[in-house]
Design a protein around this ligand. Structure first.
Ligand code: SF4
Ligand code: SF4
Length: 222
């Protein structure tokens, strides 16, 4: 095809109906609501009294398949602790040029210090902005994620960022239903357990956890 035929195709296409919508909230092309468990940009949470939840254990960095978390812990000063316990996250960085938002860091964290918001609309013009520091990841004094200049926050993106998805066991045992396994958070308090997972997946034995049932079956009840 010569270039004149190429231009002809282009001009022909200009007259056709567009099939893509505008990328904005509201009106034509409105975006769908995000799922409750949507994995967006991370936050580092604080307890209700303002103390940081991160204890600098580096489990999140160890489990990250993309190797994009860098953590260094330091001892708390007894007179002026940053977190409860002995240590806190002194350095904390996430490289968003690498993160695949798998949430394994969230699963690994023993204190629910790291969780995810629903923000995914952010882009960078330099490498430094893409590497989020602790100062940028820690929630503000109102418990909400900080909103950085290169991020496009939408309504609800900063809501319900707490760790909350472990109210039931993977086996769906009713023994764990409504049992909150997480601590309270600045701005949110203690989040209620997820409801409505008792059903076909629930174990009829009720109060007996699946791993205990397996154990009992294995040793014949002795
Ligand atoms: S979401 Fe996955 S890839 Fe991203 S920092 Fe956490 S563990 Fe790493
Ligand atoms: S975010 Fe959680 S897993 Fe990572 S260093 Fe802090 S306490 Fe440990």
């Amino acid at each position: 095809m010569g270039y004149l035929e190429g231009f002809a195709v282009t001009f022909k296409k200009l007259g056709e109906e567009r099939v893509t919508g505008e990328y904005k909230a509201g009106g034509e092309g409105e975006k769908r609501d995000k799922p409750e468990r949507f994995h967006g940009r991370h936050v580092l949470n604080r307890y209700e009294d303002g103390m940081e939840k991160c204890i600098g254990c580096e489990l999140c960095a160890g489990v990250c398949p993309a190797r994009c978390i860098y953590v260094r812990g330091a001892d708390n000063e007894p007179a002026n602790p940053v977190s409860p316990g002995e240590r806190y996250g002194y350095v904390y960085e996430i490289n968003y040029l690498r993160c695949i938002h798998c949430d394994l860091c969230v699963e690994a964290c023993p204190t629910q210090a790291i969780t995810e918001s629903k923000l995914f609309e952010f882009s960078f013009t330099n490498r430094q902005d893409a590497i989020y520091t602790k100062d940028e990841l820690v929630v503000g004094d109102d418990g909400m994620p900080q909103k950085l200049p290169w991020e496009d926050w939408r309504e609800g993106d900063d809501a319900l960022t707490s760790g909350w998805m472990r109210a039931t066991s993977p086996g769906g045992s009713v023994a764990y239903e409504n049992t909150v396994a997480w601590s309270g958070e600045l701005g949110y308090g203690v989040r209620p357990a997820e409801q409505g997972q008792v059903g076909e997946t629930a174990h009829p034995a009720g109060d007996v956890a699946p791993d205990q049932q397996a154990h009992d079956a294995h040793d014949g009840g002795h």
